[in-house]
Design a protein around this ligand. Structure first.
Ligand code: PMV
Length: 325
């Protein structure tokens, strides 16, 4: 696949390559693969990129093995990110003893399950495109980023992004695309509730859920309906429909995990308290909804007009303006 996308491009190696990619949070989740190796999803998904929060990567050729650092600290070879990044870089070495120095900077807490692997692999793909002067189109880059981490294919774009599940076995029709909608008043609030290491990675959790959860069978059709509802909500700028659907979609994903055997439960008491508080705020007339990924942290969705009320209730929340206003 990599060879097909890169074609007969000469591998002109520049002195360095660099790129930035935003983190993204799914409003309709990617949950379940139809191909483990190619990271092909069972369903399409829809996300919102987090503006300036994400990963910046500088890449340069080096000798004697890959050297990978994060926020100025050299990572050990047995670090999970190093192993995944090295396996990804293996796909692109012009000769087997070509090595990379990778300097990554994350403006989003790395250990917190706030989608840093998505921005990391997207930035790495863009930096490779720069280093090797591939001049590939975004769609092809999206397919390549997907090989690092599924959700990374969505981090190549700003704003709202749809990842088409595709049907082809080779995955050439499984790529992300930006949606035309913008929404300057939309806010996302990040609640960092636990920095403890996750009990199980999203990759493993996805696999275990598909294999063992009696509720997974209901997921693909529901995700399809949620995606359609979200796209309509975006077209009509209907915030209540957007928030309600994103929240229900996240809870449905967690329901499939909770029913897996053994159960996968990412929630901490603080996660549940935040969800309850969001519900209480809604009962009091503040339009705030939440979403959660494969981790304990909660992300809130609200509009600028409710920002003061939400910030009052969640004083430690980090506010993101996805459309930069
Ligand atoms: O891209 P991965 O393998 O880290 O999976 C991401 C899965 C979720 O974050 C839970 C959902 C999503 O669509 O981002």
């Amino acid at each position: 696949m990599v060879r097909r996308l890169l074609g007969r491009r000469p591998s002109a190696v520049g002195r360095a390559g660099s790129a930035f990619a935003p983190a993204n949070i799914a409003l309709c989740k990617y949950w379940g693969k139809r191909d483990e190796e190619l990271h092909l999803p069972i369903t399409s998904s829809l996300s919102l990129s987090l503006g300036r929060l994400g990963s910046e990567i500088r890449l340069a050729p080096c000798t004697q093995g890959d050297r990978i650092s994060l926020n100025g600290r050299r990572l050990a070879p047995d670090d999970v990110f190093v192993q995944r990044a090295t396996a990804f870089l293996d796909l692109f070495r012009p000769v087997p003893d070509f090595f990379f120095e990778v300097r990554a900077k994350n403006s989003i807490p790395t250990a917190a399950g706030l989608a840093s692997s998505a921005s990391g692999f997207a930035a790495l793909t863009l930096a490779l495109n720069d280093l090797f002067r591939w001049k590939l189109a975004r769609r092809a880059l999206s397919i390549l980023a997907r090989l690092g981490s599924g959700s990374a294919c969505r981090s190549l774009y700003r704003g709202f992004v749809e990842w088409h599940a595709g049907q082809a076995r080779d995955g050439m029709d499984s790529y992300a695309e930006p949606l035309a909608a913008t929404w300057p008043d939309l806010r996302m609030g990040l609640l960092l509730l636990s920095e403890k290491e996750k009990p199980i990675s999203s990759r493993q959790a996805m696999q275990q859920t598909c294999r063992t959860s009696p509720l997974y069978g209901a997921w693909p059709a529901q995700a399809g309906r949620d995606l359609a509802t979200l796209k309509t909500a975006l077209r009509h700028r209907d915030f209540v429909a957007l928030g309600r659907t994103a929240e229900a979609n996240a809870l449905a994903m967690h329901a499939t995990m909770i029913a897996a055997r053994p159960a996968i439960l990412y929630w901490w008491p603080a996660s549940l308290a935040a969800m309850r508080q969001a519900h209480q705020l809604r009962a009091d007339g503040v339009q705030v909804y939440f979403t959660m990924d494969a981790g304990p942290n909660v992300k809130l969705l609200f509009l600028r007009r409710d920002q003061a009320a939400v910030a009052d209730a969640f004083p430690r929340m980090k506010i993101v303006r996805p459309f930069g206003r």
